[in-house]
Design a binder for this molecule. Structure first.
Ligand code: NAD
Ligand code: TYD
Length: 337
C-alpha cells in the first residue's frame, strides 16, 4: 500500500512514519507544511529510507495537494496535520479553523476524487469536553456527545462532524480515532511534559496552571501509533474508535514525577494563572478498540515517562534546534522572559 501521512514532521505523525517503516512493507509519503511545530530534523532517520518520500506542502493549498494526489495515487490517507496547541488557539483561533477544518475538507475531497480506499482522521478526546474531577466513574465513550471548550477542540470537533458528513453524503470510506494525551519522543516542548523536562534541565521555573489539579489520561505515542495502524487495516469503515490506556494523572503529579526522575527540587514549581476555559479531566473508555480490534496499551505511565525523559536527555540537540526562532518569541510572550 501507499500511505499518505500528513503532519508527519510533527510529534505523533513522525512517530507514525517510523512505526510504518519499521513494522510494515508500505510506502510512506509525508506531506507537512513545516510550521513552527514541524521540523525536518524530526524525520532525519526516515529521509533516506527507500520507502519514504517527503513533500513540503500545506494541506489547505488545494492545487498543490491535488498534484501530489494525482502523482502518488494513495491507497490510504492518515491526517495528522493540525494546529494542536490549546493555548495558541486561545490567542489566535483563525489558523486552527483554516488548517483543522478546511485542510480536512480538502484532503477528503481529494480522497474521493482519487479513489482513496481509506481516509483516517486523527482526532482527540478533547472533542468530548471534560469530565468532573470528583466523578472518577465517568469516562468518554464513542457515544459521549461532542461538547468542546477551546477553539482547538472546537476545530477538531468541526472536522470530525465534516468527516462523518462525507461518509454519509458521499460514501467516503473513513474512520476516526479519538485519543487521549500522548507523550514520548519528538514531543514539541510547548506541551506539558516536554516543556517541564526542558525547563527542569535548564533550572528554569515550571509553570503549572491553576492548582495543577486538572487530570489528563496519558498514553505513550507508540501505543497510539499501534492503534491507528490497526484501525486503518482492520477498523470498520464509518466508525469512531476511542484510544486510551487508563493512565490518569493530575498535572502536579506529572510535574513532580519529572522533577523526581531528574533529581531536581520541587522549588522549581511555580503556580501561574489558569488557562481560560481549562478542561478539568479527560478519561477514555477504550473498550471498543480493545474488544473489536484487540488493541492493548503496552506502556505503563511511569516506565514510559522514564523512557521519555531519557530520550530528551539524549536528544538535547533536537530540542535546541526545534525551539529556536518563532518558538522563542511565543515563549516570551506567553510566560514572560
Ligand atoms: P504537532 O503540532 O506536533 O504536529 C502537527 C504537524 O502538522 C506539524 O508537523 C506541522 O508542521 C503540521 N502542519 C500544521 N499545519 C499544517 C498544514 N496546514 N499543512 C501541512 N502540515 C501542517 O501535533 P501532534 O501532537 O503530533 O498532533 C497530531 C494530530 O494528533 C493532531 O491532529 C492532533 O489534534 C491529534 N492528537 C494529538 C494528541 C496529543 O496529545 N498531542 C492527542 C490526540 C490527538
Ligand atoms: P497540554 O500539554 O497543552 O495538553 P492539553 O491542553 O491538550 O491537554 O497541557 C496538558 C495539561 O497541562 C493541561 O491541563 C494544561 C497544563 N499545562 C500547565 O499546567 N502548564 C503549562 O505550561 C502547559 C503547557 C500546560
Amino acid at each position: 500500500m501507499k500511505i499518505l501521512v500528513t503532519g508527519g514532521a510533527g510529534f505523533i505523525g513522525s512517530n507514525f512514519v517510523y512505526y510504518l517503516l519499521q513494522n510494515s512493507e508500505d510506502d510512506v509519503v509525508c506531506v507537512d507544511a513545516l510550521t513552527y511545530a514541524g521540523n525536518l530534523k524530526t524525520l532525519d532517520n526516515a529521509l533516506n529510507h527507500p520507502r519514504f518520500k517527503f513533500y513540503k506542502a500545506d494541506i489547505t493549498d488545494k492545487a498543490t495537494m491535488e498534484k501530489i494526489f494525482a502523482d502518488e495515487k494513495f491507497d490510504v490517507v492518515v491526517n495528522f496535520a493540525a494546529e494542536s496547541h490549546v493555548d495558541r488557539s486561545i490567542v489566535n483561533p483563525t489558523i486552527f479553523l483554516t488548517t483543522n477544518i478546511i485542510g480536512t475538507q480538502i484532503l477528503m475531497d481529494l480522497s474521493l476524487k482519487f479513489n482513496v480506499k481509506r481516509y483516517h482522521q486523527v482526532s482527540t478526546d478533547e472533542v468530548y469536553g471534560d469530565l468532573p474531577l470528583e466523578r472518577k466513574d465517568l469516562f468518554f465513550t464513542e457515544n459521549t456527545p461532542l461538547h468542546t471548550s477551546s477553539p482547538y477542540s472546537s476545530s477538531k470537533a468541526g472536522a470530525d462532524l465534516l468527516v462523518q458528513a462525507y461518509y454519509r453524503t458521499y460514501g467516503l470510506p473513513m474512520t476516526i480515532s479519538r485519543c487521549s494525551n500522548n507523550y514520548g519522543p519528538y514531543h514539541f516542548p510547548e506541551k506539558l511534559i516536554p516543556l517541564m523536562i526542558k525547563n527542569a534541565l535548564e533550572n528554569k521555573k515550571l509553570p503549572v496552571y491553576g492548582k495543577g489539579e486538572n487530570v489528563r489520561d496519558w498514553l505513550h505515542v507508540s501505543d497510539h501509533c499501534k492503534a491507528i495502524d490497526l484501525i486503518i487495516r482492520k477498523g470498520r469503515i464509518g466508525e469512531v474508535y476511542n484510544v486510551g490506556g487508563h493512565n490518569e494523572r493530575s498535572n502536579i503529579e506529572v510535574v513532580k514525577a519529572i522533577l523526581k526522575h531528574l533529581g531536581k527540587s520541587e522549588d522549581l514549581i511555580t503556580y501561574v494563572e489558569d488557562r481560560k476555559g481549562h478542561d478539568l479531566r479527560y478519561a477514555i473508555d477504550p473498550t471498543k478498540i480493545q474488544s473489536e480490534l484487540g488493541w492493548k496499551h503496552t506502556f505503563q505511565f511511569e516506565d514510559g515517562l522514564k523512557q521519555t525523559i531519557e530520550w530528551y536527555l539524549d536528544n538535547q540537540e533536537w530540542v535546541e534546534s526545534v525551539t529556536s526562532g518563532e518558538y522563542q518569541h511565543y515563549y516570551e510572550q506567553r510566560y514572560g522572559k
